[in-house]
Design a protein around this ligand. Structure first.
Ligand code: DX5
Ligand code: ZN
Length: 221
């Protein structure tokens, strides 16, 4: 059976001096979503950018802006990221004590709500919020940096979450170390959206790199 996965390039690996042009380039290269990694130097050991960047890149693409918030606390910033033009807002289950509330706030702002899990976080933390989410984001590296090695144990987590989703309209996305080598097992386990940073921006051949990941899933399915 052939599976088609959506490809979401992470602009963490883009040229930070030319975000607008880089977003336009990955759009032209055939990406499905644009993945925006927001880091605060507190929840994760790196700092990237905030809602103003989302606002600035919004006019450069009509594709889904998939905003991954690696920040704590997260609740005080949800409205600002929504108003900046995010389409999906994903929060980490580990980022605060009130995941259910954060998800309600995101949907209340008219946005799709996502939950992300660090590699060491078990999938059962989403059991009681399954009806409040539009996306689950499985981290296959420890969040904070691009270019890290894929953690193979996360393939089984994807498989278990796919079973938990049980036909609900929830996207299952994986982020970290995704390449044409690691993507096929993720797609086979049930992932339907793959994030890739270095694997797409490296070398500048964006269309070729996007196709290579997408095609690797089709070939092995
Ligand atoms: C890591 C970020 C990822 C990262 C992936 O904290 O959430 O989106 O950019 O980069 P690669 O594809 O290089 O592992
Ligand atoms: Zn990410």
């Amino acid at each position: 059976m052939s599976r088609s996965v959506l490809i979401a390039p992470s602009i963490l690996s883009a040229d930070f001096s030319r975000f607008g042009e880089e977003v336009r380039a990955i759009d032209d290269a055939g990406c499905d979503w644009v993945h925006v990694d927001v880091m605060d130097g507190h929840f994760v050991p790196n700092i990237t950018f905030g809602p103003r960047l989302v606002e600035c890149i919004r006019p450069w693409t009509e594709k889904t802006l998939d905003v991954h918030l690696m920040i704590a606390p997260v609740d005080p910033y949800l409205e600002t990221f929504a108003k900046a033009g995010s389409d999906i807002i994903t929060v980490h289950a580990e980022a605060g004590p009130h995941l259910d509330r954060s998800l309600q706030v995101i949907r209340g702002l008219g946005k799709k709500a996502g939950v992300s899990l660090n590699p060491s976080t078990p999938e059962n933390v989403i059991e009681y919020v399954l009806d409040r989410i539009d996306l689950v984001l499985v981290m296959s590296v420890n969040p904070g940096f691009g270019g890290q090695a894929f953690i193979p144990s996360q393939v089984e987590k994807v498989r278990r979450i796919k079973a938990m989703i049980a036909g609900r309209d929830i996207d299952l996305e994986v982020d970290g170390g995704v390449t044409p080598e690691t993507a096929p097992a993720l797609a086979a386990a049930g992932a339907n959206v793959l994030v890739a940073g270095s694997g797409i921006f490296k070398g500048g051949a964006y269309a070729k790199n996007i196709s290579a990941i997408r095609d690797s899933c089709l070939l092995s399915a």
